[in-house]
Design a protein around this ligand. Structure first.
Ligand code: ADP
Ligand code: MG
Length: 293
């Protein structure tokens, strides 16, 4: 991909570290998602960015990670060209305005845990920003993880990136490290974020709602008991216990990927065929028709 071959089509959305545009790669007539992030010109920062981009480029053929087709870096911006997906789960939930079925969340769990485990085992990185807007679906019903923008190599000093990530999905041990001088959280911080994501998508409600600020959210995360799937809603015991495991407050007792991947909910979700493309088409069509009426 070359810069001059790109034609801006529309804005897909913006987040904390940049904007994402739909663009056309004119020679091949393919549409791409291009994320543009402003950067500071420090050497440290450059190294981080290039390292992260390296990981996404190397993950090109991994089925549960959004493909990166190229990138550009100039003095002020980084452009990351990705395959265009249909929607992220955050926007999908806002569109359909109803809880998502357990079998769909099973496939989301399978894709996300498999991708996170791959990133850890193959590249030694923690994602650090797992949330519904970083899990995407395409029209074929493929679910993929994106955004390693703030991830980093595990051995790297953690202190400087303590504030990275979204407060709403942040684990207790990241908010309140036992030794603030030497924060030592690990991949289990991402597992907590997955647990919160699953409750939000399964109930159509973010569990720490009605908070006035990030500070409020963070103090509730550390002081309150972990959220659970509400008893009055119909979910399998396997799903409930999977979510409970992800949300064990003391991260030293929270399972890691190897253990999660042996849980009945994970194993069944991996094996069970689910027509995700059909589900996606049905719910989005219904939502669009409803908004027309
Ligand atoms: P955040 O993830 O914090 O919401 P981002 O800047 O990462 O912010 O992304 C902004 C929006 O762009 C996301 O909500 C998502 O819907 C959309 N987006 C990101 N990457 C893609 C992609 N590859 N295909 C389609 N939409 C995307
Ligand atoms: Mg994102």
């Amino acid at each position: 991909v070359e810069l001059k071959e790109l034609l801006n089509v529309s804005l897909l959305g913006f987040g904390s570290c940049g904007q994402v545009f739909k663009m056309e790669h004119v020679p091949s007539k393919t549409e791409l998602a291009v994320k543009i992030m402003h950067r500071t010109a420090s050497d440290e920062e450059n190294k981080r960015i290039i390292m992260d981009l390296d990981v996404i480029i190397k993950s090109y053929n991994f089925p549960y990670i959004v493909r990166c087709v190229g990138y550009f870096i100039n003095a002020t911006d980084v452009w990351i060209c990705m395959e265009l997906m249909a929607l992220c789960f955050d926007k999908l939930l806002k569109l359909i305005q109803q809880p998502m079925p357990e079998c769909v969340l099973g496939k989301l769990t399978f894709a996300t845990v498999t991708a996170l485990n791959y990133l850890k085992e193959t590249h030694g990185i923690i994602h650090r920003d797992v949330k519904p807007s970083n899990i995407l679906i395409d029209a074929y019903g493929r679910i993929k993880l994106c955004d390693f923008g703030i991830s980093g190599v595990l051995i790297e000093s953690m202190a400087k990136s303590r504030n990275a990530g979204c407060a709403a999905y942040m684990s207790p041990e990241r908010i309140e490290p036992s030794d603030p001088a030497r924060p030592d959280y690990d991949i289990r911080a991402d597992i907590w974020s997955l647990g919160i994501t699953l409750i939000e998508l399964a109930t159509n409600a973010y569990p720490y709602s009605n908070c006035r600020s990030d500070f409020d959210v963070m103090s509730r995360i550390v002081t309150e008991d972990s959220p659970q799937l509400p008893a009055h809603l119909l979910f399998s015991d396997d799903f409930r216990s999977f979510v409970n495991m992800c949300l064990i407050k003391n991260y030293k007792q929270r399972p890691k990927y190897v253990e999660l991947m042996l849980q009945p909910f994970f194993v069944q979700s991996r094996e069970q065929p689910v027509d995700l493309a059909g589900w996606y088409k049905d719910v989005t069509t219904a939502a669009i028709n409803k908004s027309r009426r």
